[in-house]
Design a protein around this ligand. Structure first.
Ligand code: ZN
Length: 458
């Protein structure tokens, strides 16, 4: 990569909002300097508004292809998950490695165009239909890596250990067999995927993901988190009430309580879906400096519940956002949904705002910092030494006309949408120009072929 500069009319830097900011990026994709009140220099990229780009901290790429197909009810009125689960298992009988790669590339491209420079892929689809391993057991992890090669997104790969059907250790069945690994097969898979991940640019990160307390044995949970002692650990926690009840019945503690009693939960950890927590659990999580991985669009789509946002933030809790089921990829909407869920519950306005920062500013900065921590990337702020994960907005768009400071973020999140995104850089790679990914057409074309083929088979 060649070094380059970006001249921004307004930028959200570590010193707050600044005008006429010249950001220099080195050959290794790192920010070398940030200077305000400057003139544009020679070979300068122009940005109206420049922001640190939040990482999308939780995605299951293949589920993108199910979007819009699971909004009906099944035969049992009490089982509102029926159509979602049915479709997922039918999908799982059909998905080939080529499909997985094409879907992952498409959704990564959408993420980039929405303003996310990086993604944490919580990857749990490992085996062939029926459960047999591929000739290369890491085949589908390699397809995610291949997609990242095509899109240029900053990848944090989180291969998932999924062992059992519940806390009692019952075996996996049916469609779930595609997720299954023993600790030994997982160890081999993780090693192979780590070796291939090294082919990506050096900002790519390898983490571990014990799926959830009910899907991993207690012994193997203790082992898997030692794999890479400084790498991110992601786990689903307390998503639905049934899950909380199952863990409580089996182990006598609620999931968050059990985890904190038995493990050293610290900055490495990202707990996904903290939708079912008691006030003491919210406090424990905030004090641990772990990241709460919130997925407000998916949690709304699945009817999971609402995070204790106000309580958590007043205790300096850290959070980021993820697109999870990928039913809709929109950075602005993900953040808006988080705040609106709080407002609807509390019948209040600007719930997450503080006296000196607006709602949009708190949402955006928190997601940038929490996303960086959860993804294990040295990003999340525009300051020297950080990797250049950056997003530019079009200040001349009608929704941003005449706006400055926090009102820019409030307008982007509450009035605008991803169409305001003009440019995205991931670790200095300039991937989105004028709102469009550099390989948009080829990636979309391939995805359309896959959707057509899958649609005929379902
Ligand atoms: Zn998830």
């Amino acid at each position: 990569m060649q070094s380059f500069t970006i001249f921004a009319e307004q930028a959200l830097t570590q010193a707050g909002w600044q005008s006429d900011v010249l950001v220099s990026v080195d050959t290794d994709g790192r920010i070398a300097s940030v200077e305000a009140q400057r003139e544009p220099s020679g070979h300068t990229n122009k940005a109206a508004v420049l922001l640190p780009s939040p990482a999308n901290l939780h995605s299951h790429a293949f589920q993108r292809a199910m979007a819009g197909l699971t909004e009906r009810r099944g035969p049992d009125p009490r089982d509102t998950f029926w159509t979602w689960r049915e479709l997922m298992y039918r999908f799982l009988e059909k998905l080939t490695p080529e499909h997985v790669e094409a879907i992952a590339a498409f959704v990564q491209m959408e993420m980039l165009e929405a303003g996310y420079a990086a993604v944490g892929e919580f990857h749990y689809l490992h085996n062939q239909p029926g459960g047999e391993a591929y000739a290369n057991p890491a085949e589908l992890s390699l397809r995610i890596i291949e997609a990242a090669k095509q899109t240029g997104i900053g990848l944090t790969l989180l291969p998932v250990l999924y062992q059992q059907g519940g806390c009692d250790g019952r075996a996996l069945q049916g469609g779930q067999m595609r997720f299954a690994n023993s600790i030994n097969s997982y160890t081999a898979l993780h090693e192979t995927a780590s070796n291939v991940l090294a082919e990506l640019p050096p900002d790519a990160v390898m983490g571990v993901a014990p799926h959830s307390l009910r899907a991993v044995s207690r012994e193997d949970l203790a082992e898997v988190i030692t794999f890479a002692p400084s790498a991110p650990v992601h786990m689903h926690i307390a998503e639905q009430t049934a899950e909380v009840e199952e863990v409580e019945a089996a182990w006598g503690r609620r999931p968050v309580e059990w985890l904190f009693d038995n493990h050293e939960v610290d900055e490495r950890w990202c707990l996904i879906h903290c939708t079912q927590m008691q006030p003491d659990e919210t406090t424990m999580l905030a004090r641990s400096h772990a990241v709460a991985g919130l997925c407000p669009i998916t949690e709304s789509s699945l009817g999971d519940g609402i995070f204790e946002g106000a309580n958590y933030l007043t205790q300096a809790g850290r959070f980021g956002v993820g697109s999870d089921s990928n039913i809709r990829i929109s950075l602005a909407e993900e953040l808006r949904t988080l705040e609106y869920s709080q407002r609807l519950r509390d019948r209040s306005r600007a719930v997450l705002a503080t006296p000196d920062k607006s709602t949009g500013r708190i949402l955006f900065e928190s997601a940038a910092q929490g996303g960086a921590q959860a993804a294990g990337r040295n990003v999340g702020a525009i300051e020297p030494g950080k990797l250049a994960d950056l997003v530019a907005l079009d200040a001349h768009a009608t929704n941003l006309l005449g706006k400055s400071g926090d009102a820019i973020l409030d307008s982007f999140i509450f009035a605008g949408d991803d169409r305001l995104v003009t440019d995205v850089w991931s670790a200095g790679r300039h991937i989105v120009h004028e709102g469009r990914h550099f390989a948009h057409e080829a990636i979309e074309h391939r995805y359309r072929q896959v959707i057509t083929a899958l649609g005929e088979q379902l």
